[in-house]
Design a protein around this ligand. Structure first.
Ligand SMILES: NC(=O)c1ccc[n+]([C@@H]2O[C@H](COP(=O)([O-])OP(=O)(O)OC[C@H]3O[C@@H](n4cnc5c(N)ncnc54)[C@H](O)[C@@H]3O)[C@@H](O)[C@H]2O)c1
Ligand SMILES: O=P(O)(O)OC[C@H](O)CO
Length: 355
């Protein structure tokens, strides 16, 4: 039996393809760099004309990646119809808050069967929609995938060894993305659990904020392990209740991404938590970051959803109290540590697991 989940050959595709990357931030730039180095023509869309001009002239996106020069055939543009119109495959790295509007406003330019892959790790505010669900609603004639995993943009542009996961129902989408992105430093695994891979990427941002807070308060290494492990239990319990495959949470998109964002100050979500832990107001911490930290929005949505469907998520609730209800960090820690609810049972089996 062939192992369909095994990574494809890391050799660059023999001939370059026309691809589009939508979004000129950190991750869009990182993916444009990989694709350009792999020999593809990258139609790199961003809304800021000055930024596109700078990249065209110098190869540098100084606002987001000042130390990185993009090489290969990179074609920055402020025309989304031009980028999508020329591309065989489209990668979307637009923050979740703007994701639907960008796709909807341009839905007419996407072609039948075109492959569209979301790189975004967030949830839509109304209706708890993931980005692949938004793509399905707005451009149903396209073939959809999501890419997620422990993928700090700053490390990918440094060519640090990295693994990621392409999730799609269509095997051709999985294979195509593996071939386009795979190279000597980026290993692309495949998964069919689109919902689980995507939800995991959004949920782990919450626990990265928690980990940043814990680090700022010098809670220690035991506490860090406790938070990551209980975070994994909590996010898996929630996701499985929503229909995800529990095994996805044992993989790169689940525990892998949770580890990297909960242990690295390179994570923007971790940095927001750290700043709040050092006494900064949330709004100031976010403004100082100057980049997106999806977890602060995801937290609100997951808190509401978990209460609506009756899933026990004490870390989500505690973080929500700190960030949005003015609770003191020490009071929340104390209440979590002294809570008797469920402390006698390490694993609460999701309803879908019967044994
Ligand atoms: N940076 C990473 O390490 C990383 C890794 C994996 C996934 N992601 C995910 O990728 C997504 C994008 O993150 P990022 O790191 O590129 O964020 P970023 O803050 O670095 O950049 C966001 C980009 O989106 C653009 N943007 C915002 N609103 C827009 C709109 N209405 N129209 C067009 N462009 C708009 C901004 O101009 C900016 O170029 C997030 O969901 C994030 O979770 C990021
Ligand atoms: O910088 P963050 O916190 O948005 O995390 C980036 C990636 O999601 C890490 O995999």
């Amino acid at each position: 039996m062939p192992d369909n989940n095994a990574p494809r050959s890391p050799e660059p595709a023999p001939t370059g393809h026309d691809v589009a990357v939508l979004g000129g931030g950190s991750f869009g730039t990182a993916m444009a760099k990989v694709l350009g180095e792999n020999g593809h023509t990258v139609h790199f869309w961003m809304r800021d004309k000055a930024q596109a001009d700078e990249i065209r002239k110098t190869g540098v996106n100084s606002r987001y990646m000042p130390d990185v020069t993009l090489t290969g055939d990179i074609q920055p543009t402020t025309s989304l119809p031009e980028a999508v119109g020329k591309a065989e495959i489209v990668f979307v790295a637009i923050p979740s808050k703007a994701f639907r509007s960008v796709i909807r406003d341009n839905s007419g330019v996407f072609r039948e069967e075109q492959i569209v892959v979301s790189l975004t790790k967030g949830i839509e505010e109304h209706g708890f929609k993931l980005m692949s669900e938004i793509l399905q609603e707005e451009i149903p004639r396209c073939r959809i995938g999501v890419l997620s995993g422990p993928n700090l943009a700053g490390e990918i542009v440094s060519q640090d060894l990295t693994a990621t996961v392409i999730a799609a129902k269509d095997p051709d989408v999985r294979r195509t993305v593996q071939e386009l992105l795979g190279c000597e430093y980026l290993r692309v695994y495949a998964n069919v659990d689109v919902y689980g891979v995507e939800l995991a990427g959004a949920l782990k941002n919450i626990y990265a904020i928690v980990a940043g807070l814990a680090s700022a308060r010098d809670l220690g290494e035991n506490a860090k392990a406790m938070l990551i492990t209980r975070g994994l239990a909590e996010m898996s319990r929630f996701a499985v209740s929503m229909g995800a495959n529990p095994m996805t949470f044992m993989g790169l998109a689940g525990v892998g991404d949770l580890i990297v964002t909960c242990t690295s100050p390179k994570s923007r979500n971790y940095r927001v938590g750290y700043a709040v832990g050092r006494g900064k107001a949330l709004d100031d911490a976010v403004a100082e970051l100057g980049q997106v930290a999806e977890g602060i929005y995801t937290l609100k949505l997951v808190k509401e959803k978990s209460e609506a469907i009756g899933i026990y998520m004490p870390l989500v609730r505690g973080l929500y109290e700190i960030l949005y209800e003015g609770a003191s960090i020490s009071a929340v820690i104390n209440s979590l540590m002294m809570s008797v609810q469920n402390s006698d049972v390490e694993f609460i089996l999701p309803r879908t697991i019967t044994q």
